[in-house]
Write a protein that binds this ligand. Structure first.
Ligand code: PXP
Length: 238
């Protein structure tokens, strides 16, 4: 079975927030992503609300036909919002104020007690819980021990590798991490930094359930759409 595609639409909201207005509407983007075959819609509600807002979450939950995956920090505020929203899944991610994007996986080992409690609360609401972690066997075992359903393996190091050798080594690490996780009963997703050039070796890893891809898809959407958008404006000027 081919790996599923979760489309992260955060950066549609980033463009909206550049003007603080109504467009582009992330809800419309989600519906178009589904028309294109997206198997799920992913959004990250950040503490600073720099792109996605609560309003987007609740509208998406009502409107999309696929699964809503909410990326969030394991904070009381986010747990409270998840309990009201009840997305299909929550992916716990580390979050640092001011970071450009998520920097690496969550350190499960250092925060096991807190994370265990958060996972329990979310699972009690029927929410599937995933943890975004590095391809590290100790972190994977800790994720299993505290009750996660899924892990999402961080592919950022693979994506940013500067040489083919580094990239191949990181790919092997991810393959081994996925195998270990599956062997101990975790389901495995992957994501971060995946694009049209580097996705194929990751998509071929046996047993991966879903890839979460955002920035490269939204970037391509801008470029493949610009000619049509200019033509539409020119037509209005005739
Ligand atoms: N998975 C997780 C846990 C993330 O935090 C992100 C970025 O929000 C992604 C996947 C998608 O990464 P990208 O936008 O680089 O495709």
């Amino acid at each position: 079975m081919p790996v599923l595609l979760g489309v992260n639409i955060d950066h549609v909201a980033t463009v909206r927030e550049a003007r603080g207005g109504r467009e582009p509407e992330p809800i419309a983007a989600a519906l178009l992503a589904e028309l294109g075959g997206a198997d799920g819609i992913t959004v990250h509600l950040r503490g600073d609300r720099r792109h996605i807002k609560e309003r987007d979450l609740f509208m998406l939950k009502d409107i999309i036909a696929t699964k809503l995956n909410l990326e969030m920090a394991a904070t009381p505020e986010m747990v409270g919002i998840s309990k009201k929203l009840k997305p299909y899944s929550c992916t716990l991610v580390p979050e640092e104020p001011g970071e450009l994007t998520t920097q690496g996986g969550l350190d499960v080992i250092s925060h096991q007690d807190h994370l265990k409690e958060v996972i329990k609360e979310l699972k009690e609401q029927g929410i599937v819980v995933s943890i975004f972690i590095d391809a590290d066997s100790a972190q994977i075992k800790a994720a299993k021990a505290i009750g996660a359903d899924f892990i999402e393996i961080h592919t950022g190091v693979y994506a940013e590798a500067e040489t083919e050798k580094e990239q191949e080594e990181e790919l092997q690490r991810i393959i081994e991490a996925a195998r270990l996780a599956q062997n101990i009963g975790l389901r495995v997703n992957a994501g971060h930094g995946l694009n049209y050039q580097n996705v194929r070796p990751i998509a071929q890893i046996p047993g991966l359930v879903e890839l979460n891809i955002g920035h490269s898809i939204i970037s391509r959407a801008v470029l493949v759409g610009i000619e049509r958008a200019v033509r539409d404006m020119k037509a209005l000027l005739q």
